[in-house]
Design a protein around this ligand. Structure first.
Ligand code: ADP
Length: 279
């Protein structure tokens, strides 16, 4: 097929400007049986991430007595792409799983969970370019949802060169016909970018283009980071609200009042004894 024009009158095929992300939706805690989970949409990408652990590692010989073992499985559903994808792992998914695990490993406080394992499963339900970065964003939220201690958040986005321009968050057509595709993930700590967690490149960029790509990626991830945080806050605030009115909360409150009343009675008795002694 002939390459279509990807930029027309300074706009991209879907109407976005060069520095614009696709619409993003993130929801934490969507799966009941996983310890942590996340559903994420980034444009037409649809991703589910599930985290299990920290838990005992099987087979046992894989255990590390000094730290947790992290496993990451990236998988594309057969119906996620236009033509049915053969189910199961392939070279691409093994590579993506490896680099994504390596991006998350230094961020997870593995030393706190010796002999245990943390399993991260990401499933691509619908793909439209930039799935490895979208999956990392979902995995990071799912890990936090599972209560795994982290040094910060991993937030990722791709940058591409299309029709000679550097653009943020390429979609399928831009990925297919672009000159370069650069997925980047950062470790963000206390609202600040601290380091690069993943950097890959398909195609070529000049040093100046690479600088511009970094600049765009940094702007993009700060917007995604905000949405990741909001997703986690939404989940835990929801739970907090449920807790406020629950039977359990009322029971705790009754016990507290009882303890207080007992305390008052005790104090009064002490006072009376004291007064008796003074008389
Ligand atoms: P990423 O999804 O991280 O950008 P790639 O650059 O390897 O990774 O893939 C770009 C896009 O190509 C994917 O998001 C997906 O839409 C499409 N794609 C990948 N693998 C297949 C496949 N086996 N069949 C059809 N489309 C695929």
């Amino acid at each position: 097929m002939e390459k279509p024009k990807l930029i027309v009158d300074g706009r991209r095929l879907d109407g976005r400007g060069f520095e614009e992300l696709r619409p993003i939706k993130i929801e934490a805690g969507v799966l009941k049986r996983a310890d942590g989970s996340c559903y994420l949409e980034m444009g037409k990408n649809k991703i589910i991430a599930a985290v299990y652990g920290p838990r005992e590692v099987h087979p046992r010989h894989l255990q590390d007595p000094s730290k947790a073992v992290i496993r990451y499985r990236y998988n594309m559903a057969p119906f996620s792409v236009e033509e049915r994808k053969k189910p199961g792992p392939d070279r691409r998914s093994v590579e993506i799983s490896k680099v994504s695990r390596e991006a998350l490993e230094p961020v997870i406080m593995k030393e706190l969970f010796p002999r245990s394992g943390i399993d991260v499963f990401v499933e691509v339900l619908q793909a439209d370019a930039g799935t490895r970065t979208a999956c990392l964003n979902a995995a990071s939220v799912a890990l936090i949802d599972a209560g795994v201690a982290m040094r910060g958040m991993v937030t990722a986005v791709a940058v591409a060169k299309v029709d000679g321009e550097i653009v943020l968050d390429p979609m399928k057509e831009e990925d297919n016909y672009g000159e370069a595709d650069v997925p980047i993930a950062f470790l963000i700590r206390n609202g600040k970018i601290e380091s690069i967690a993943l950097l890959q490149m398909d195609g070529r960029l000049t040093l100046e283009e690479m600088r511009r790509a970094m600049e765009l990626a940094k702007k993009g991830v700060m917007q995604i980071y905000k949405l990741q945080r909001e997703a986690i806050m939404r989940k835990y605030m929801r739970e907090g609200e449920d807790y406020e009115g629950s039977e359990e909360a009322m029971e705790v409150e009754r016990e507290r009042e009882c303890e207080e009343a007992k305390g008052e009675g005790e104090k009064e008795r002490e006072n009376r004894k004291e007064e008796g002694r003074n008389e």
